[in-house]
Design a protein around this ligand. Structure first.
Ligand SMILES: [Zn+2]
Length: 232
């Protein structure tokens, strides 16, 4: 027997479901941010106590914070704290079928003490085979071309937005076989944000205001990428 109070509860639940549909929170676009290094793998040294692993994690977290209220965008990180995520684990997170964009964050070193600026790597295109034996192979090639176009389009957006944080410090887009990017099916870039071997550059990367500016620029780029037609 249904009591009066149970009937009232049922009515209230039905009303709530009508007013707040369960699907409202679903994200349309998933971005994976990969803060380079972590744990005992410290990356390059920026000061006595600050390493590449700290800066990449701080910026990744800021991007996630920035976009947490953004319409239809979900940000996932390959590591949430100072632990070294194995390359296999990073790839596992990045290769999930719903991932739309992958960004790996790093800090450069070398090329002499004067070298500074940011570099954006995108995956090298595989050499197309001349003989096409099946429609499956042609389709695979088309998919790869589409992915490569998306990588370049996103890299160009990032290059422009990063240029506002580090004016005239862009070292260009580099098409290279970067291991972490090659194994991912979603459009992907690796951003080298500056040089630990340059005094001015490493000072900037340690600065929390600059870290926030880099995170803001990346957040803007991600929003722009998804709001422009052709985003996959
Ligand atoms: Zn690195």
């Amino acid at each position: 027997m249904i009591t009066e109070s149970k009937r009232l509860i049922c009515i209230v639940i039905l009303f709530m479901l009508l007013v707040f549909p369960l699907s409202a929170a679903a994200a349309n676009h998933v971005v994976v941010i990969d803060p380079g290094h972590g744990g005992s793998d410290m990356g390059v040294k920026l000061s006595k106590s600050v390493y590449e692993k700290d800066v990449t994690l701080a910026i990744a977290k800021l991007v996630r914070e920035n976009l947490s209220g953004a319409d239809g965008i979900e940000v996932r990180l390959t590591r949430l704290d100072d632990k070294n995520a194995s390359p296999a684990n990073r790839r596992k997170i990045a290769r999930k079928s719903d991932v739309d964009l992958f960004i790996s964050l790093h800090v450069n070193a070398g090329f002499g003490v004067k070298a500074k600026g940011y570099e954006i790597y995108y995956p090298a295109a595989s050499v197309p085979s001349i003989k096409k034996s099946s429609s499956g192979e042609i389709l695979k090639d088309m998919k790869q071309t589409r992915r490569l176009n998306s990588c370049v389009r996103f890299a160009q957006i990032v290059q422009k937005d990063m240029g506002k944080v580090f004016p005239r410090e862009g070292r260009g887009l580099i098409n290279a076989p970067v291991l972490v990017l090659q194994s991912i099916t979603a459009p992907a870039i690796l951003l080298e944000m500056g040089f630990a071997t340059n005094i001015e550059s490493k000072k900037k990367l340690r600065d929390e205001k600059i870290q926030k500016a880099v995170a803001d620029a990346l957040s803007k780029s991600i929003k722009k990428y998804f709001s422009t037609n052709g985003a996959s």
